[in-house]
Design a protein around this ligand. Structure first.
Ligand SMILES: [Zn+2]
Length: 83
């Protein structure tokens, strides 16, 4: 799976299995809807397409792999009377 960002010119290649784990089996359009440009935070320039690299293209290819997901715990505090 390949994502292109026309705005920054960045191109990233993802493992479809990783994406499935992250966003579910939603297809390229669904993946696109959940992605954002890392620079401007916009989806406007983003395009995602399914792409199977040839053996030649695989050489020297950098793939963004899913290393893990982390849940962020938010702490909410509020002032109130003692006791
Ligand atoms: Zn951008």
């Amino acid at each position: 799976m390949e994502s292109k960002e026309a705005h920054t010119g960045s191109r990233r290649v993802y493992d479809p299995g990783d994406l499935k784990q992250l966003v579910g089996d939603v297809g390229t359009e669904g993946v696109r809807n959940r992605m954002r440009c890392e620079k401007c935070g916009s989806q406007q320039w983003l395009s995602v397409e399914f792409w199977i690299p040839t053996a030649q293209e695989l050489e020297g290819l950098t793939v963004r792999r899913l290393v893990g997901t982390r849940m962020i715990r938010k702490v909410i505090l509020r002032d109130g009377p003692a006791g």
